[in-house]
Design a protein around this ligand. Structure first.
Ligand code: AMP
Length: 430
């Protein structure tokens, strides 16, 4: 089977790595991919995964490529192409593709859509309001004493959420979005949510339109620095499982979040085939959803692919075909950890092109896999090419041994200005 993967981050490297292990896969392309992806070999025939220099948002060229090479399945990693309607476009041309269509992708592309949906279908979420008028937004923020999250409705490169601790901060955030329009049309409408206290976890479920299969829990670390300090990032590290929910909590999550979400999708005529990934805070009143993402998390995918025992091709096929109810997702009982190594300055501005040393040494380590994110090849060197550069991923019988292995990998790797968090998994160990 020939497969095209769209995207270039650590998530896509993890997907390519897992797909390459499937006996079904005979040819694999990734557009645009990265320096780690092009080193992957297919287990079936030893062929290399090929990178294709087409950006994930260049839908016309992706379509032309797929029409020429005829992959039997295209797998979409990032949110933007989904929001742009890549699934609808490919389907219109008779090409099989995995991911939510444009209507279904609204769970991520419009926070206002998601918020209204959660309220309509009784999914536990933060107290919130949706505003286009600054005055109304300010008075709602005042009713929360300014302790709130001000969110641009649309996609804003992961930067559209401003967490506020005072009314002055909230008013500034509202001003940025609704008056100064710093977030462009994405911020022409805002969702303001009360600030929720508690542990944040990531849920993932694979869906086929009518069935949703919940993954094990994981936890991301969004802030740049240890102790959850510093700016919000795309994610600095993950581990799975996250030990904060017992069986009865999980049953509660299934009933109040997943089942209600699925029922809502069916009654709204939303045919969701892909990953639904709610960000959840475990509050003293129970789990509450902050937002929905409509694709695999990055770096959650890295730990999920390390733990998934099922054939990824078979489960994605079941999601596309609407036959998930017949499939059991099998997971390794191992704990998995991913530590992200980032460029100096990330999530602000950073330099590219720094040579990366130590990748060969980590390749020889057992139970460890270094997933590339922002890397590229310069002659015979691999160099940095993004904010998040690598996701050093390792697994072990329990969290402590997985963490020790991941950090042993990190110690072997070096590039100018590399920074990473030293406290991945600390909440679980505490
Ligand atoms: P989002 O893109 O909506 O997930 O927001 C990005 C991050 O901001 C989340 O992962 C949380 O860490 C934080 N956040 C968002 N909304 C809230 C909220 N209502 N209360 C507390 N933290 C929040």
């Amino acid at each position: 089977m020939k497969i095209l993967v769209v995207g270039s981050g650590g998530r896509e490297h993890a997907l390519v790595w897992k797909l390459a292990r499937s006996p079904h896969v005979t040819q694999l392309w990734c557009a645009p991919g990265n320096a780690g992806i092009e080193q992957e070999h297919l287990e079936k025939n030893g062929e290399r995964a090929q990178v294709v220099s087409i950006g994930p948002e260049d839908l016309p060229r992706l379509l032309a490529f797929a029409q020429e090479k005829k992959p039997e399945l295209t797998v979409v990693g990032p949110d933007n192409p989904l929001a742009l309607g890549i699934v609808d476009l490919f389907q219109k041309h008779g090409l099989r593709i995995w991911g939510p269509n444009q209507k279904a992708a609204q769970f991520e592309s419009s926070k206002a859509f998601s918020q209204r949906f959660m309220e309509k279908y009784g999914i536990p979420t933060a107290r919130s309001g949706i505003f286009e008028e600054p005055a109304a937004a300010r008075s709602f923020a005042a009713s929360l004493q300014g302790r709130c999250a001000v969110k641009a409705d649309g996609l804003a490169l992961g930067k559209g959420v401003l967490i506020c601790a005072s009314l002055a901060e909230a008013n500034r955030a509202i001003d940025e979005m609704l008056v100064k329009k710093s977030f462009g049309t994405a911020g022409a409408k805002v969702v303001i949510q009360e600030f929720l206290e508690g542990i944040e976890i990531s849920l993932h479920a694979l869906c086929d339109g009518t069935t949703a299969k919940l993954f094990p829990t994981s936890q991301d670390h969004k802030r740049a620095l240890d102790g959850d300090q510093g700016l919000n990032t795309g994610g600095m590290g993950t581990y799975s499982p996250a030990p904060f929910l017992n069986e009865s909590d999980l049953a509660n999550v299934r009933r109040t979040i997943l089942d209600r979400w699925l029922r809502g999708c069916v009654s709204e005529g939303i045919d969701f085939r892909g990953i639904i990934y709610p960000g959840v805070i475990l509050t003293s009143e129970g789990p509450k959803v902050l937002e929905f993402n409509a694709r695999f998390g990055d770096p959650e995918t890295q730990v999920y692919m390390a733990r998934l025992k099922s054939d990824l091709v078979e489960v994605l096929e079941a999601s596309v075909n609407g036959t998930l109810r017949n499939v059991e997702l099998e997971w390794s009982p191992a704990a998995a950890v991913c530590v992200v190594m980032a460029s100096a300055g990330y999530p602000g501005s950073y330099m590219k092109g720094k040579p990366i040393r130590g990748l060969e040494e980590t390749a020889a380590m057992t139970n460890t896999k270094v997933f590339h994110a922002g890397t590229s090849r310069a002659g015979d060197q691999i160099v940095t090419n993004g904010g998040r550069v690598l996701g050093v991923t390792a697994w072990g019988e329990e969290l402590r041994s997985a963490l020790a292995a991941a950090y042993a990998g990190v110690e072997k790797i070096d590039f100018d200005g590399a920074h990473f968090r030293r406290d991945i998994g600390a909440q679980a160990l505490a």
